[in-house]
Design a protein around this ligand. Structure first.
Ligand code: SF4
Ligand code: SF4
Length: 399
């Protein structure tokens, strides 16, 4: 895998990669499977483009695009046969690196004694095919959260350290995308093992693929294709540049960390609380949200018990439950906590934004709450009341 530390530094010097057709994509999946990888990539299922294990490149969503809006997701057919001209679907790679349900241990009563067994099955070696630039950054964010401190998550570490990342640059942003505002796309940043840009024009449907790590370069050497020609490179770069100009959403041009800290008392929090169902969908689909809870279960005899780790959400009342009740009892406080953490206090904790601009929380919010619209409203309120200064008391005191 590539990490921030070896940021594509091992890409072979002087190579512009290959241009390959659909046969090259088929070969790529075959080579990955032949090398022992479990290949995960986009495929059409249940009316959406989901991430799932691929047995062959035929399962990629060739000829499918998506229409995205706040609270709305629809598939649509494309005439150009492109496989990756579709923006983020409902899942992100955290579903595999940081799964929603993990059994941590089980225990059995054997002759009056409790015998514990840790779940230590070795993780599969994943190859993630089609990692968007925003999601590449989201993986780096989760790396920092889950393995970057004193208390590494060994399960995440095991799954992540073996993972091969094959990025695909974006040429078709969705109406809810704002990676440009968050400086995470549509060109791929560091961290990939291979990167592709898809081109479908009068010269045909093809993929420009380059290596980003030693392992990526070795895989590249096994693929059929021709040396990258200047026309394809130019068309690919133009496609990515055009995508940057077609972002569906933008964040206000402001220091978002300061904006969050200076607007804790804004009336907009009451407004959004009146619409938010506190369902937690936004946290489930967000590629950087990482919170978990623990659940212990037993069978009816009481002779077998298991401990599970499950995704949790700061929108859940129990999430902030201390003795005496939840600290954040109101919808207002829970939405404010989520958004100010994403865009503000994440910097204090982890040194970056917690939002990569993928737009999933906008699409999958059942009532269409839009984080960019909320940020813009806070920005307008701050402008109307004078420049925001971070409130040292942490707002109006309402949790
Ligand atoms: S913002 Fe939308 S998705 Fe998030 S908790 Fe509220 S209603 Fe659910
Ligand atoms: S907060 Fe929303 S737009 Fe930002 S990374 Fe999470 S899901 Fe994507």
């Amino acid at each position: 895998m590539s990490t921030d530390a070896d940021v594509n530094a091992s890409a072979p010097a002087g190579t512009d990669g290959l241009v390959m057709g659909k046969d090259g994509m088929a070969a790529l999946v075959d080579v990955l499977i032949g090398r022992g990888f479990t290949v995960i990539g986009p495929t059409v299922r249940d009316g959406a483009i989901v991430l799932a294990e691929l047995g062959s490149a035929d399962e990629l969503p060739y000829g499918w695009g998506v229409e995205l809006e706040a609270g709305r997701y629809r598939l649509r057919e494309r005439s150009d046969g492109a496989a990756f001209a579709n923006a983020a679907g409902p899942q992100s790679w955290k579903s595999f690196l940081h799964p929603s349900r993990v059994r941590e241990w089980s225990a059995d009563r054997v002759e009056g004694q409790l015998v514990f067994e840790a779940d230590q099955a070795p993780p599969p070696r994943y190859a993630f095919l089609g990692v968007r630039p925003c999601d590449l950054r989201a993986i780096a964010v989760q790396d920092r959260v889950l393995t970057g401190g004193a208390h590494r998550d060994p399960g995440y570490d095991g799954r992540r350290s073996g993972a091969l990342l094959i990025a695909v640059e974006c040429t078709e942003p969705g109406a809810t995308c704002f990676c440009v505002s968050m400086n995470t796309g549509p060109a791929a940043g560091p961290g990939y093992d291979l990167v592709m840009t898809e081109v479908a024009d009068d010269d045909g449907h093809r993929f420009w693929i380059r290596g980003g790590s030693q392992e990526g370069a070795e895989i590249l050497a096994e693929l059929p294709g021709r040396p990258a020609d200047p026309q394809t490179q130019e068309a690919a770069r133009a496609g990515v540049t055009a995508a940057a100009d077609r972002m569906g959403r933008t964040m206000p041009e402001a220091d978002l960390r300061e904006l969050m800290a200076g607007t804790l008392d804004a009336p907009r929090w009451d407004d959004v609380a009146g619409r938010c169902l506190t369902c937690g969908n936004c946290t489930m689909v967000c590629p950087t949200c990482f919170c978990t809870t623990t659940e212990d279960v037993t069978d009816l005899t009481g002779d077998h018990a298991e401990r599970w780790r499950l995704w949790d959400s700061c929108f859940d009342l129990d999430f902030s439950h201390l003795h005496g009740g939840p600290v954040r009892a109101s919808s207002r406080s829970r939405y404010r906590q989520w958004m100010t953490h994403k865009l503000g206090t994440w910097y204090d904790q982890f040194g970056s934004s917690g939002c990569v601009g993928c737009g999933r929380c906008i699409v999958w919010c059942p009532v269409g709450i839009d984080i960019t619209e909320e940020a813009a409203a806070l920005h307008d309120w701050a402008a109307s009341t004078g420049s925001p200064e971070p409130d040292p008391a942490g707002g109006d005191g309402t949790p």
